[in-house]
Design a protein around this ligand. Structure first.
Ligand SMILES: [Zn+2]
Length: 306
């Protein structure tokens, strides 16, 4: 019912929007709304102060469960373009964005930058693909170029700025890839087993040769069951895994239940730290940027498992 009301609201707002002709003066900035903190950070890196940027989801916010408020709908209405992740990551927003797109609002799923063959398919997820692609730095480079191209089309007078910034940012991502490889030298392949709260790290696992095990599925909307906890606790003991990880955007209780289940079987497993999965850290901190988040996660994983 709530969703219905929201869609009606969106439709009404867009209808009234179509009636007025929006003319931008030469100095007026492009108004951009972004969903996840990863995308907000990237648009900030590419556009700097050339756009007026409004990021919806802050640190610790879970995109799978995020619902648009009335205030958000006003932000969508005022925006020249909305960048979102897509592939049903924002499970409760995607219908709204689809509807807006049909009504002429510029809504851009950044996952469109990636060809389907480079995505990890997942039969039981709504989009049929794993939406956590930002953990492949290679794919994030494609997203970088895609966003820069879209910004350039929307704001041609600053196109050179977006293109240059994208070039520089992609170079930084290459440096990140090298530093990831260097950090991983301390962790032999047999120790590369990553146990986390929800299934956000499959792309990470694919790139860096980790077996990834999680309590919840690709979305946090489904809670872990007692059987999952029992099965994974046995797996931890069997593989002599030193540490499991909590995630900043997922409640800690499932991982604590897992730790307790291991203890009940007379074994110990540490909590290796908090990983940033579907949201970055606080703005202004190192983990508040995509690159800082990735370095932090890598350091946390290697230190806890080596
Ligand atoms: Zn997720």
């Amino acid at each position: 019912m709530k969703k219905y009301i929201l869609i009606v609201l969106v439709a009404t707002v867009l209808f009234s929007c179509k009636k007025e002709v929006k003319e931008k003066s030469g100095n007026e900035k492009l108004k951009i709304v972004t969903t996840t903190s990863q995308i907000t950070d990237l648009v900030k890196a590419l556009a700097g102060d050339k756009v007026a940027l409004e990021g919806l989801m802050g640190a610790g916010v879970d995109p799978h469960l995020y619902k648009a408020s009335e205030g958000d709908v006003t932000k969508f209405y005022n925006a020249d373009a909305i960048f979102y992740s897509g592939l049903h990551l924002e499970g409760k927003l995607e219908d709204v964005f689809e509807k807006m797109r049909h009504q002429g609002k510029k809504t851009i799923a950044v996952s469109d930058a990636i060809s389907k063959t480079d995505l990890i398919s997942s039969a039981d997820f709504a989009s049929s693909y794993d939406p956590h692609f930002w953990f492949s730095v290679t794919e994030w480079k494609k997203v970088t170029k895609y966003i820069a191209d879209e910004l350039s089309k929307l704001d041609t007078k600053n196109a050179i700025v977006y293109t240059d910034n994208a070039k520089r940012y992609i170079e930084k991502l290459t440096v990140l890839e090298k530093s990831n490889e260097a950090q991983l030298e301390a962790l032999p392949v047999e120790k590369r087993i990553l146990v986390t709260a929800h299934d956000a790290f499959a792309y990470f696992g694919k790139v860096y040769d980790f077996q990834v095990v999680s309590l919840q599925g690709l979305s946090t909307a489904t809670e872990a069951g007692v059987q999952d906890v029992q099965r994974i606790s046995s797996f931890i003991i069997e593989h002599n895994i030193k540490a499991v990880f909590i995630e900043s955007s997922v409640p800690v209780r499932t991982v604590e239940a897992l730790q307790a289940a291991v203890k009940a079987k007379n074994h110990e497993v540490e909590i290796g730290g908090t990983l940033y999965s579907d949201a970055l850290g606080n703005p202004g901190t190192v983990e508040g940027t995509y690159i800082g988040m990735y370095e932090y996660n890598m350091k946390t994983i290697v230190n806890a498992l080596k």
